[in-house]
Design a protein around this ligand. Structure first.
Ligand code: HEM
Length: 449
């Protein structure tokens, strides 16, 4: 049998000029990354502004940790997201970022995340009930996983709010992400202002509607609270600035909850979808994971108490995040001069962190394009700053443990009930639209165990 090679993006053979870049970016922003980025620590160029793609672990540490204040999130990222998520934790800088990060930190402690596990277990059971209707056939697991992580995030953000349409809110948020993504590609590249932008699909009134639905949900949540387990909103409300004891205002709470949804819903669905795609091609890995799950969890549902006993399932998730990091690259704007990999960076340069290329770099990984989850069975063997699905440094993803717990619970629940087999000639195409999505869906044949 031929060895399975996971789908990958055809990276460019050389950095593209402005027109080439615009053409490429229209289809898939990741095709802007030259192939050489998987063999070199840094690649620089100029398309409008000067840019650097950085894959060197020492330079990444400098950007994300040691010289963080010189590398704020890129102006473009902020301008695009600010209308929807305000000056929330995700885009704020300096003291305004810091106090929000400290206020939100208790929300994501190990204990609080473990307490939210039953919501994840419930969503996994609901997914099982839906998928079981389609056994013996091919199912688009990407669409299933979007529904499943939707159940989780909407239950943990607005657990007992009623009188509003959650589905509508999430649909509007997804549309917003799509419309911003199309514009951002041109801007991240630094395309001059005369290059026509696609019109923004979302106008101010839609954004106002997102906010007003979320405001109503928060108000109804407060009115309905009768001592149930704390959800993210309760925890965020209780968070305070350790110095001033200031708490979040209602609009700040709303913007941060919306930021959690934007940052956490689709990314986790993608992780699961790519993991299922990979496993559907690898029966050995699937059987190994299933044996582990059966040994660790017996007959009952899978919850937080089983996580430590599922290292291989976790390794599959880690490997899916390596091959298909949902945040496949992030970008920064240099505030002042610096040096990275012996190269001058000047104020205003765009600094791109293409995690997709870093994770497939021949400099840091053996057999980088292949699915080998066992490489994560000894996690301390992975060199720091060579694996960054959640970023690193002070601005590392605040929801990382939440997402990993959710992904392991859902994946293990599905593997316990179903066998997954790839459908011939129906491979997803990895396409980056703000996040790294499987274009065409993840069609997998599902059988009951
Ligand atoms: C597998 C799922 C996820 C992935 C791959 C992911 C990835 C990332 C990455 C790469 C960053 C850093 C961005 C940068 O430095 O420019 C980030 C930041 C962030 N993420 Fe996640 N994320 C995931 C899930 C979540 C979840 C579930 C939540 C919340 C419930 C969340 C909330 C946030 C927030 C608020 C930030 C900004 C943190 C700060 O700037 O202090 N993420 N995420």
């Amino acid at each position: 049998m031929d060895r399975f090679v996971p789908v990958k993006i055809a990276l460019g053979q050389k950095p593209l000029g402005i027109w080439g870049s615009l053409q490429a970016a229209r289809n898939n922003v990741l095709s802007l990354i030259p192939e050489i980025a998987t063999r070199q620590p840094i690649v620089s160029g100029k398309v409008g502004v000067r840019w650097h793609m950085v894959m060197d672990p020492t330079a990444l540490r400098r950007i994300l940790r040691d010289n963080l204040q010189n590398y704020p999130k890129s102006t473009v990222t902020k301008e695009l997201l600010r209308p929807a998520i305000g000056e929330s934790l995700f885009i704020a800088e300096g003291p305004h970022w810091k106090w929000q990060r400290q206020a939100a930190a208790p929300v994501f402690t190990h204990r609080n995340i473990s307490n939210l596990a039953p919501i994840m277990t419930r969503a996994a059971a609901a997914a099982t009930e839906r998928i079981v209707q389609h056994t013996g056939r091919a199912v688009d697991l990407y669409s299933e996983m979007m529904d499943t992580t939707f159940d989780v995030i909407s239950d943990v953000t607005f657990s007992n709010s009623d009188g509003f349409d959650r589905k509508e809110l999430f649909k509007m948020i997804d549309t917003y992400i799509d419309s911003t993504a199309k514009v951002s590609i041109l801007d991240i590249l630094g395309a001059p202002s005369w290059v026509p932008r696609p019109s923004r699909a979302m106008i101010g009134s839609d954004i106002r509607r997102i906010k007003s639905i979320a405001d109503r949900a928060i108000a109804s949540h407060k009115a309905n609270k009768h001592g149930e387990a704390a959800d993210l909103l309760d925890l965020l409300e209780a968070g305070e600035d350790p110095d001033t004891k200031r708490r979040m205002t209602r609009p700040e709470l709303r913007d941060n909850l919306l930021a959690f949804i934007v940052a956490g819903h689709e990314t986790t669905a993608l992780t699961l979808s790519w993991a299922l795609y990979l496993l559907s091609h690898d029966k050995d890995a699937q059987n190994r994971a299933r044996d582990e799950i059966n040994a660790a969890t017996g007959d009952g549902p899978i919850g937080a108490e089983h996580l430590d006993k599922l290292p291989f399932v976790r390794a599959v998730i880690d490997e899916a995040l390596r091959l298909y990091p949902p945040a496949a690259f992030v970008s920064r704007t240099a505030l002042g001069p610096d040096r990275l990999c012996d190269r001058n960076v000047t104020a205003g340069d765009t600094v791109m962190l293409p995690f997709y290329a870093l994770h497939r770099s021949h400099l840091y990984w053996d057999d980088p394009d292949n699915f080998r989850p066992q490489r994560f069975m000894k996690p301390n063997k992975i060199e720091r700053f060579t694996y960054l699905p959640f970023g690193d440094g002070p601005r590392i993803c605040i929801g990382a443990s939440f997402a990993l717990q959710e992904a392991v619970i859902i994946l293990a629940t599905l593997l316990k009930r179903f066998a997954f087999t790839a459908v011939a000639r129906k491979n997803p195409e990895p396409v980056m639209i703000l996040t790294l999505r499987p274009k065409g869906g993840v069609w997998v044949h599902v059988d009951k165990i």
